[in-house]
Write a protein that binds this ligand. Structure first.
Ligand SMILES: Cc1cc2nc3c(=O)[nH]c(=O)nc-3n(C[C@H](O)[C@H](O)[C@H](O)COP(=O)(O)OP(=O)(O)OC[C@H]3O[C@@H](n4cnc5c(N)ncnc54)[C@H](O)[C@@H]3O)c2cc1C
Length: 478
């Protein structure tokens, strides 16, 4: 069988199918694996992630995938998330002694960037999510309500919206609150904050992203398959309405019993001929799925300017600062940073629509000023170099109603299967969503060939009072 696309979705499908005895040939257009969640070397020799990627305790399929390919120990999990406002007030979220759903309560009550009335309104909103098990009545499938509308209906204060709901959701879903389907927004709080004590724990890779995928190629090859890089698929070969092969440059063709297309929806929309879109109407609406941008800013300082491993900034353009030198410290003792005392920081700005038109110099100036304000030690430090990576189409936009345009992994064309964070997974555009889609594509392909197998992992089980309330976690409808 053939997989097209070596991002997380294609890799998850490829590894699962190889494990099921299929000979997998995976074709990727670029010279490296990982798709959007990858890293590369800049012309000056620096290793940079395409953008910092993080995972959470609730991402059970990504964790399973990392285990399968032998890199689970390269993800460092953190229990404490630290936030800083422009007035220098620090707040943190960390599980205390109480059982779920009250484990974060202690740090929330003492959270300094929010005032009493803000916390009261947030508490009311969280109670609503809790009592309705993450699905309040006005968040139903056909509601088309945005997260912002829902928050306004719940009487949230402006500060609560900006410093809590927005701070969490714009980063988690890469979109502004008025463009987020309320179901995606509420799900974040239900799965990461309320359901159990560990869903909110943040996992950060301790090595550059591309290095996480070394085991994928080995896993596919070990079972007789191949991973072929620098091989863009240019078209489909159809015979009598059936998919008979894929075309590459110089009219080369490859054929197989089945195909998983694991490429971005925009690329697939261009590749699919009209006849295929007509044969399966769910493939004719891919252009209705919109994209949102993320910008990464990379700073190298001549000295240590930050002690925390990462920090969330409130009320600024910069949303996150990651201390890459500290995060890589255990795995890269010989790095130039550890030998020279310099420090590498990576800043993340999700839903960065306002930055798209700005020049790189303007973005660097803006972010450098914010870093100096947030980190006093940066004021005297020398910024050795800086780079900006703008991803205009970083993730699909989880806007209200988007699910109706997301196709299933099995199509109506025999032998044609889809994977990608944008397919129907119930999850937003995340690494977890991509791996889920790959596992679902593998399951659909195996089902169609009369050899059913399950790869999809269950959601993280509820614990504490939630487990008592929902009864048997195995039976819980999450
Ligand atoms: C800047 C940024 C920050 C992000 N931050 C996070 C985060 O912190 N946490 C998180 O969970 N998610 C994050 N994401 C989202 C995450 O990266 C994606 O959801 C996930 O990687 C998507 O995987 P995929 O396999 O579906 O698609 P992709 O990664 O896009 O993979 C598709 C692959 O197909 C290849 N391809 C395309 N066309 C062809 C062709 N014709 N022939 C052969 N190959 C082809 C591409 O080169 C690519 O390798 C972020 C994304 C971006 C861009």
């Amino acid at each position: 069988m053939i997989v097209i696309g070596g991002g997380l979705a294609g890799l998850a499908a490829g590894v699962a199918l190889a494990d099921s005895g299929w000979r997998v040939r995976l074709f990727e257009q670029r010279p490296f694996l990982g798709g959007r969640a990858t890293s590369y070397v800049l012309p000056d020799g620096e290793h940079v992630d395409n953008c910092q990627h993080v995972t959470f305790g609730c991402c059970t399929n990504l964790e399973d995938f990392y285990r399968r390919v032998g890199c689970a120990d390269k993800i460092r999990f953190f229990d404490r998330l630290v936030l800083l406002d422009p007035q220098g007030r620090i707040g943190s979220f960390q599980a205390g002694y109480l059982p779920a759903p009250f484990h974060i309560l202690g740090s929330f009550v003492s959270f300094r960037p929010l005032l009493f009335w803000d916390k009261l309104s947030i508490g009311r909103g969280m109670l609503d999510i809790l009592l309705h098990r993450g699905k309040p009545a006005d968040s139903g499938e056909s509601s088309d309500t945005s997260m912002l509308e829902w928050l306004k209906r719940r009487g949230q204060t402006d500060r609560a919206i900006n410093r809590f709901w927005r701070a969490v959701l714009v980063s988690a879903l890469s979109e502004e609150l008025d463009r987020i389907d309320v179901r995606y927004g509420l799900d974040v709080f239900w799965k990461t904050v309320l359901l159990n004590r560990t869903g909110y724990r943040m996992g950060v890779p301790a090595i550059p992203l591309a290095a996480l995928y070394d085991g994928c190629k080995a896993e596919i090859e070990r079972r007789g398959g191949e991973v072929i890089l620098r091989s863009p698929v240019r078209g489909l070969k159809l015979e009598g309405g059936q998919l008979a092969g894929v075309r590459f440059d110089e009219n080369r063709e490859e054929s197989a019993d089945a195909y998983v297309f694991a490429i971005p929806h925009t690329a697939l929309a261009e590749l699919l001929p009209q006849s295929v879109k007509q044969a399966d109407p769910s493939l004719s609406n891919l252009d209705k799925i919109k994209s949102s941008p993320i910008t990464g800013v990379h700073f190298w300082f001549d000295r240590v300017v930050m002690d925390e491993p990462f920090l969330t900034l409130l009320d600024t353009t910069t949303q996150w600062i990651f201390n890459k030198t500290a995060l890589y410290a255990d795995s890269d003792a010989d790095s130039p940073d550890s030998m020279t005392g310099r420090q590498y920081l990576q800043l993340v700005i999700s839903a960065s629509y306002d930055l798209l038109q700005k020049s790189r110099e303007e973005i660097i100036d803006l972010c450098f000023a914010e870093v100096k304000h947030a980190l006093p030690k940066a004021r005297d430090a020398q910024l050795l170099k800086a780079t900006v990576i703008k991803e205009a189409a970083a993730t699909f936009s989880p806007e209200p109603g988007v699910d109706r345009w997301r196709p299933a992994q099995a199509t109506q064309i025999p032998g044609l299967f889809l994977a990608g964070d944008w397919t129907q997974t119930g999850w937003p555009a995340t690494m977890e969503g991509a791996v889920r889609s790959g596992y679902l594509a593998a399951e659909a392909l195996l089902r169609a060939n009369g050899m059913p197998r399950t790869f999809l992992q269950p959601d993280l089980a509820p614990d504490g009072f939630i487990q008592m309330w929902l009864g048997n976690p195995g039976q819980a409808k999450l």
